[in-house]
Design a protein around this ligand. Sequence first.
Ligand SMILES: [Zn+2]
Length: 389
Amino acid sequence: MKHSACPNCRKTDLEDFFTIPNAPTQSLVTIKNRVEALAIPRKDIVLTFCNSCGFIFNSEFDTTIDYYTQGYEDQQGFSPTFVKFISGVAQRFIDRYGIRNKQVVEIGCGKGDFVRLMSKLGNNTGIGIDPAYVPGRGEEVPNVTFIKEFYSSDHGDIEADCITCRHTMEHIHDTIGIMETVRESCRDKQPVLLFEVPSIVRILDVQAFWDIFYEHCSYFSPGSFARLFRQSGFEVLDMYLEYDNQYLFIEARPVATPSEKIHPLEESVEELKAKTKHFVEQINIQLGGWRERLLRFKAEGKKVVVWGGGSKSVGFLTHFADLDAIEHVCDINPHMQGNFIPGIGKQYVGPAFLETYHPDVVIVMNSVYLDEIRNDLAGRGLHPEMLGL
Ligand SMILES: [Zn+2]
């Protein structure tokens, strides 16, 4: 079903600009055999630009699919690089707003790593809400409890001094709807919000096609994210980009009337639209370059592996599945190893497997991890050519 109104501002002046046909509809669901993995339904991703608010979204997104309750693997905490980064983010936020001995609520908490971290670092009580929460997948932290449900107005009575929401908004189609629900739950209280999403600006600037996949229906820029917050009754306190400009953070508070102050990071609707044009001009060159590189590796008989499972690997491999140039995808999350990749059909392997496989080329799905992975491989006596996205 084609969505005819912008989920961010509800206006209808929309323009499609990029299509990925037949993308697997799920990339993080856990699947135990190849046949089932290949049988994942496929649908088009149609990136659409809202000329009113600059929001980019998949206007063909199917809201009826059950994405999160049948096993969903997205834990990032197995990487020391990531743990160091996220601990820094949490500590800065706690110090900035004095979030100590308070109650922290996390919407879309996944396996609960961040709400536990907020609790530990600030001696806070924590409540994590997520349908994909799995008990026993993190250390027990006193004063942290979990609700295995989708966030809704039913949770409006939960008192919160701080509301966090990381890497969840990009999975939600009705973005203004959920922000209005959050705003309503604040009532006359003034919790501070910390929300984090991938930034579409970097995706457009470097044609990061691997960051476009079906489960991400919503693509925010600093401008469209800030406009959404203001429209739903929040004052934007700050915004910043982290992790090689991949992640966009916003800090906000509910107010009666948001000011019209524009954060320096916000781009205009016109500026973002120009970036979509540049993306469209460049994307086929980018895809063609990778195709050529992979075909060359294949012709040279090189063993190529992808390092980094999950959505990015599905987003990447979707474009090259026909080449049969990549045999394995490696991930350090032990809960992924042995699973089959939705839509791609290959089985995840752990790093130990590479000791016997001896890859010639390792394509790293996030160049932030290049050093960490190079060191890991060197420790196994492996020195393959490394390419980072
Ligand atoms: Zn809009």
